[in-house]
Design a protein around this ligand. Structure first.
Ligand code: HDD
Length: 710
């Protein structure tokens, strides 16, 4: 083997010696570095011993038995056998990214949290998005709540906002969480269905839990099938407290607002995406960040005092309720930018430990009973998952500020404390001391009452906000809710559960209840469920609750899939690509062969996908730039016909050049062309097409059943 000398990048630090066929170099600290070839380091065991052969285990003779002396084999297998750790009991499937939080202005008036004191200050952050019910290997487009957990590494310790993309929750008391999750996940005897709530146990539990009805409206809406993690809101859910330097408290609710607006997919599309690309959301985030299109959210806060809380229609401690944004406008306080993917998924995204109890001075809890229960559960769960009390030593979990205390020992202790003193007070004058002025001061709330297991009466209205959510949706969104409820309940085997659910829907909206009952084929309507409090019909619709009206009106951050064939008009393709890129969108080409096509001017253009591998569900809009010569083959390809038919069915904009008309015809939509199917380049040019794409979907194209008359 060739003998190479010093590693080029650090020649001054390394003195070279040679042993056998490897090069041995001493670093500045006297440590030995070994290089097999050039800059390639020598593989070692976990003990640091150099490995000579990693291809063959040690054996007696070429066809003989393996021997126990093979410490390299044994160590390698031992480590592999222990690679997995328990997956999270909920939110097992997730994807994370690094970034930073930037404070807009000093918020000292409300909070003494150090990272919110100075305009323009940037604080490192890590975010993990997740689905709730599915296991680690499940698909991204399951109809499910999305976790939106943010860790901000402040100079006064980590702040974790462990939120969801929905601002309310299923239950009011943490003691019900194990029941909720047992019911939602796969049924224990058969271990299915996975990653979906469309089964008896979930709807059985829900139909017996009226407090979940507001959440049910949210999860049956398009919020649970987001187009991208980048296009969804996040919420801290609970009421928290800001506490300022004078120890004055202001109640606060946290909202993350995506810069690129809100967007979801259609249900039929979600089902197909799960087959076409189960990693659709993680791939989307990966590509966005790797290509420099950093996703961004604004942190907005709803601030209020005790007087507001006392006068509000609902209890601000009840996590099944929101404060409508039209009643209490959220104020922006900073922005969160994700600009770096983890180096290693396991080390960072899998091992990150979020805990609601992680709050810096200036941010405190309210008495929301769900929040208080969570403050116990998260610390506890990390012990099981990460194996010991030293999970805070892992780089992803360690604070990025100085840290001193006398906690010691335990599994996997990574630090090497020095000195004799490991207690306080001590007379050696060593070690850290607590600081009443700089340390965390809990808000001195006055509490009194009788110790009892109870639920406040102020938590008893379970239907009014569910109704408010429903009436705030557009017609198409209401139809999606009705269809989602019908789909889910159609998977329920016990008719009594379906009836119980319809009896709850009657307390929310009669036409919704009737529609679902009819679509389920129920012969008679049940009575409305007994309600602790009658549903209020006087709550105004809240436009902020609808996604449809809150799109970005731009194609930025979205993806156009262009189906191309040999003979594609080179000028048209370049013009369209340039127009999309100018709008900060992404273009991918789909062709009969992934090797690409020969354009009209003879240039060879590589494709990103072959038609089978790039169905239109992967794109926000599509264009068909083909040639008459290629049409005979194309119209006979089922994947090409599906490409067009699905794009149409999923209400997407479709641009086409004249040569593609036979494909529209074969896909069965030539007679149904509407304002969303546009000839290219079009009278007003390609940029006009791109402006149209900013509308994202033509929801009016959906078969519109009338609610209540299905
Ligand atoms: Fe939870 C994980 C969000 C109620 C107990 N939860 C977890 C994650 C998110 C949420 C985003 C994943 C964190 C990550 O990416 O690692 N959970 C919520 C929200 C809730 C909520 C928004 C209601 C407002 N959770 C909740 C309750 C309990 C838990 C009431 C128990 C009393 N949650 C857990 C847990 C998990 C968890 C078992 C599993 C893995 C983990 O914590 O680290 O402790």
């Amino acid at each position: 083997m060739a003998k190479k000398t010093a590693q080029a990048s650090h020649p001054s630090k390394l003195a070279t010696a040679t042993i056998h066929d490897q090069t041995l170099q001493r670093g500045a600290g006297g440590e030995l570095h070994q290089f097999a070839e050039g800059d390639t380091p020598v593989m070692t065991t976990a003990q640091g011993g150099p490995v000579a052969d990693d291809q063959n285990s040690l054996r007696i003779g070429p066809r003989g038995p393996l021997v126990v002396d093979d410490f390299h084999f044994r160590e390698k297998m031992f480590h592999f056998d222990h690679e997995r750790i328990p997956e999270r009991v909920v939110h097992a499937r997730g994807y994370g990214a690094h970034g930073y939080f930037e404070t807009y202005e000093s918020f000292a008036k409300y909070t003494r949290a150090d990272f919110l004191q100075r305009a323009g200050e940037k604080t490192p952050a890590f975010v993990r998005f997740s689905t709730v019910a599915g296991n680690k290997g499940s698909a991204d487009l399951a109809r499910d709540v999305r976790g939106f957990a943010v860790k901000i590494y402040t100079q006064e310790g980590n702040w974790d906002v462990v939120g969801n993309n929905i601002p309310v929750f299923f239950i009011q008391d943490a003691i019900k969480f194990p029941d909720l999750i047992h019911a939602a996940k796969q049924e224990p005897d058969r271990a299915f269905p996975q990653a979906q709530t469309a089964h008896d146990n979930f709807w059985d539990f829900i139909s017996l839990t009226p407090e979940s009805m507001n959440m049910i409206m949210w999860i049956m809406s398009d919020r649970t099938i987001p187009r991208s993690l980048r296009f969804m809101e996040g919420f801290g859910v609970h009421t928290f407290r800001f506490v300022n330097a004078k120890d004055e408290s202001t109640f606060v609710k946290f909202h993350w607002k995506p810069k690129l607006g809100l967007q979801s997919v259609a249900w039929n599309e979600a089902v197909k995406i799960n087959g076409a690309d189960p990693d659709f959301h993680r791939r989307d985030l990966w590509h966005a960040i790797q290509s420099g299109n950093f996703p961004e959210w604004e942190l907005q806060v709803q601030l209020f005092d005790q007087a507001f809380a006392d006068s509000f229609d609902f209890d601000v401690l009840d996590p099944t309720k929101i404060i409508p944004e039209e009643i209490l406008k959220p104020q922006p306080i900073g922005r969160l930018v994700l600009d770096r993917m983890p180096d290693n998924f396991f080390a960072e995204t899998e091992q990150v430990a979020f805990m609601t109890q992680n709050v810096p001075p200036g941010i405190d809890f309210s008495n929301d009973p769900l929040l208080q229960g969570r403050n116990f559960s998260y610390l506890d769960t990390q012990l099981k998952r990460l194996g010991g009390p030293n999970f805070t030593h892992l780089p992803i979990n360690a604070p990025k500020c100085p840290m001193h205390n006398f906690q010691q020992d335990g599994h996997m202790a990574m630090r090497n404390p020095v000195g004799r003193t490991n207690y306080q007070p001590n007379s050696h004058g060593e070690g850290p001391r607590e600081s009443p002025t700089r340390g965390y001061r809990h808000f001195p709330a006055e509490e009194q009452g009788t110790k009892a297991r109870l639920r406040p009466e102020s938590f008893a209205d379970h239907y009014s906000q569910a109704r408010q959510f429903y009436i705030s949706q557009t017609g198409a969104e209401q139809r999606h809710i009705a269809s989602a409820l019908t789909f889910e309940l159609s998977k329920v085997e016990m008719p009594a559960i379906r009836e119980r659910m319809v009896s709850h829907l009657l307390n929310i909206d009669e036409t919704l209840a009737t529609t679902v009952a009819q679509k389920l084929g129920m012969k008679t309507m049940p009575k409305p469920a007994d309600a602790a409090m009658p549903t209020r019909h006087d709550l105004e619709p809240s436009p902020a609750l609808s996604i449809a009206g809150r799109g970005p009106k731009k194609f930025e951050g979205r993806k156009l899939g262009i189906l191309v064939t040999d003979g594609v008009d080179a000028k048209l393709l370049k013009g369209l690509t340039d127009a999309i890129v100018k709008e900060k969108g992404v273009v991918e080409l789909i062709a009969p062969k992934v090797g690409g096509v020969e354009a009209s001017d003879g240039t060879l253009i590589e494709a990103h996908h072959m038609i089978d591998g790039g169905p239109s569900v992967l794109f926000d809009a599509v264009a068909l730039l083909t040639s008459a010569a290629a049409m005979d083959d194309l119209v006979n390809e089922a994947a090409a016909r599906d490409f067009v038919a699905d794009a149409f069915q999923h209400c997407k904009f479709i641009g086409y050049d004249q040569s593609a008309l036979p494909l529209l015809e074969k896909a069965g939509i030539a007679d149904a062309l509407d304002e969303g199917v546009l000839a290219l380049p079009g009278e007003d040019g390609l940029s006009a097409f791109v402006v149209e794409l900013g509308k994202l979907r033509v929801w009016g194209r959906e078969p519109s059943f009338k609610l209540g008359k299905a």
